[in-house]
Design a protein. Structure first.
Length: 130
């Protein structure tokens, strides 16, 4: 699990937000499906070399958005993306295929993942403005 979550301490985005974004994305694309257990706050913090409070804040925000749920004695589990039909964690297959094509094209063009994310975020923002 922690191999999928990484931190870039030179990034101006706070570490808790980097964790939240990455876990949210993994849930959205179905890599972490409903019922998947997340590492404990302490173990993820130790693996990433950061304070437990940083991971706790990311988990708290994910819980408030309805993506995960903390259960006493059962740990923290993924409850799934809000609004997705039951059993369809990854959303529409055609959209997922298009995202895969975009990622492959960007990598073939030598575009870094963080740059691709910034490009997509910028396009989404510009398309939302009237």
């Amino acid at each position: 699990m922690t191999a999928r979550v990484t931190l870039d301490l030179s990034d101006p985005v706070p570490p808790y937000e980097q964790i939240r974004r990455q876990l949210s994305s993994l849930i959205a694309v179905g890599v972490l499906g409903p019922g998947s257990r997340l590492p404990t706050v302490r173990s993820l913090a130790a693996d990433l070399g950061i304070a437990a409070g940083t991971v706790a804040r990311a988990y708290k925000e994910l819980e408030q958005s309805g993506l995960i749920e903390s259960r006493r004695r059962n740990g923290t589990i993924v409850v799934g993306p809000p609004g997705a039909p039951h059993g369809v964690a990854g959303g529409d297959a055609a959209v997922m295929a298009a995202v895969d094509v975009l990622i492959r094209s960007a990598r073939e063009a030598g575009i870094r993942d963080d740059t691709l994310i910034d490009l997509v975020r910028g396009r989404l923002t510009s398309k939302l403005d009237p």
